[in-house]
Design a protein around this ligand. Structure first.
Ligand code: NAD
Length: 419
């Protein structure tokens, strides 16, 4: 048994196995590509508001350092474990590689239900986590970003903690910061915008008109709400959304800007409307043109995949589709076009890369330039995937992941095996 054991890492390993078979990678070479280079566990003690001490378990996994520093988000969630964080780091590697970024993948997290923390406690825990990781990160070693449960404010605390330790401001240590603290324009919106951009591109290819088209979005956080808003602004009817508190369904289309304002005020979609409530278990299988899972992993298993009634599956979340479900979707590929996570949600890391570049250069771009360059990179990766899928008659995820794995493998082989 490996320390990475767990259902999510097993899923990442299983997906890698499919790609390794397709690329005919020898058995002895596979662990070098799959196993994380470093995994750090830290204990983060804080004093709680009532005077007691609480200790939170944190992780940081750096998958490979072959192409440059590692890059990846930080997740604060109650079920975070080393296996999940490692799987997310592996997926980040293929994502950075397929989009041509000079990074390996990383991911980190703390096992915590942030709803149980006051704002002061959240700040103490965030700062202590970064402080514990200072020996293992750096602008040219490992650069953090937000993920589920973390936001711009947490990134600002990370940056400030690191900078205090260095005795100077080091904005390039994290991305996803507020613009006022060295962040880039367009980062907060980047992932959702990318998801919507690619979904609209597939709709166009399949001659699905925006007016008259419908979308369903699972998860209404950073990624889900922006993807919903971009699709809504393009004329698509958002007929259902959900978050951890429940789901809403309105066949005539939800008023997305008002729902976003409600979430900003109340923290979730709860209380928006009782009449529109839907059983969240029914959300994913609603008939729609575009389905955007933008919450957690493994929500589409083989049974759900069999019952999906969408025409485009735009994976906003990381790892929403299990390998069993992939077998079903591969079979249904004439009916459902899958935009796999490592391309669909790559807008976030692409614009994080722009933020890092701008921080290193201390030269900042306008939002239009950020968006133009982001779409250019996403479109190129998407085209590469589609061409390869067609050429080799393989599933989109296989084509996308293979391009990522191939780039990492080529770099490792060209550099050689040290010593
Ligand atoms: P977030 O914390 O801003 O939002 C998460 C949303 O999911 C919240 O609305 C939450 O209520 C909801 N949710 C949680 N559990 C749920 C469940 N079981 N059913 C329905 N909804 C549920 O997080 P985010 O940054 O939007 O990330 C969402 C997903 O996108 C994650 O898989 C993350 O790894 C991935 N992702 C995020 C980024 C980014 O830039 N933020 C980039 C790439 C991928």
């Amino acid at each position: 048994m490996s320390i990475y054991s767990g259902p999510v890492f097993e899923m990442a390993a299983q997906q890698f196995g499919v790609i390794a078979d397709y690329l005919e990678i020898s058995l002895d070479e596979r662990p070098r590509l799959l196993l994380p280079k470093r995994a750090v566990t830290v204990a983060c003690p804080i004093r709680r508001d009532d005077g007691t001490i609480a200790v939170f378990e944190g992780y940081r996994v750096q998958h490979h350092l072959t192409l440059g520093p590692t890059k990846g988000g930080t997740r604060f969630a109650a079920n975070v474990d080393l296996g999940e964080v490692s799987a997310l780091a592996v997926w980040m590697s293929w994502k950075c590689a397929v989009t041509g970024l000079p990074y390996g993948g990383a991911k980190g997290g703390i096992r915590v239900d942030t709803k149980t923390l006051s704002r002061r406690e959240l700040e103490m825990m965030s700062r202590r986590y970064m402080q514990e990781l200072i020996p293992f990160v750096g602008p040219h070693v490992d650069v953090m970003a937000p993920d589920m449960g973390t936001d711009e404010q947490v990134m600002a605390w990370f940056m400030d903690t690191y900078s205090m330790h260095q005795g100077r401001t080091v904005t390039e240590i994290v991305t996803g910061k507020p613009v006022s603290a060295g962040g880039t324009l367009g980062r907060r919106e980047a992932t959702g915008r990318g998801v919507a951009h690619l979904a609209l591109r597939v709709m166009k290819d399949r001659q699905i008109k925006e007016s008259g088209a419908t979308a369903v979005v699972q998860g209404f956080g950073n990624v889900g709400s922006i993807a919903a808003l971009e699709l809504y602004n393009a004329g698509v009817r958002i007929i259902a959304v959900s978050d951890h508190t429940g789901a809403l369904h309105r066949p005539a289309g939800l008023d997305v800007p008002t729902l976003i304002a409600h979430r900003a005020k109340h923290g979730s979609i709860a209380g928006f409307s009782n009449e529109l409530a839907l059983d969240p278990d029914d959300l994913l299988t609603l008939p729609c043109d575009v389905l955007v899972p933008a919450a957690v992993e493994q929500v589409i298993d083989a049974k759900v995949a069999d019952h999906l009634r969408c025409r485009v599956l735009a994976e906003g979340a990381n790892g929403p589709t299990t390998p069993d479900a992939d077998l079903v979707l591969q079979r249904r590929r004439d009916e459902i076009f899958v935009i796999p996570d490592i391309i669909c949600n790559a807008g976030g890391v692409v614009v994080s890369y722009f933020e890092w570049v701008q921080d290193l250069a201390q030269f900042f771009w306008g939002e239009d330039e950020v968006m133009r360059r982001q779409y250019q990179i996403l479109d190129a990766a998407f085209t590469k995937m589609v061409d390869r899928a067609k050429r080799d008659n393989v599933y989109n995820r296989t084509a996308a992941m293979a391009a990522g794995v191939e780039r990492v493998r080529d770099a490792k082989n060209t550099r050689g095996l040290f010593p």
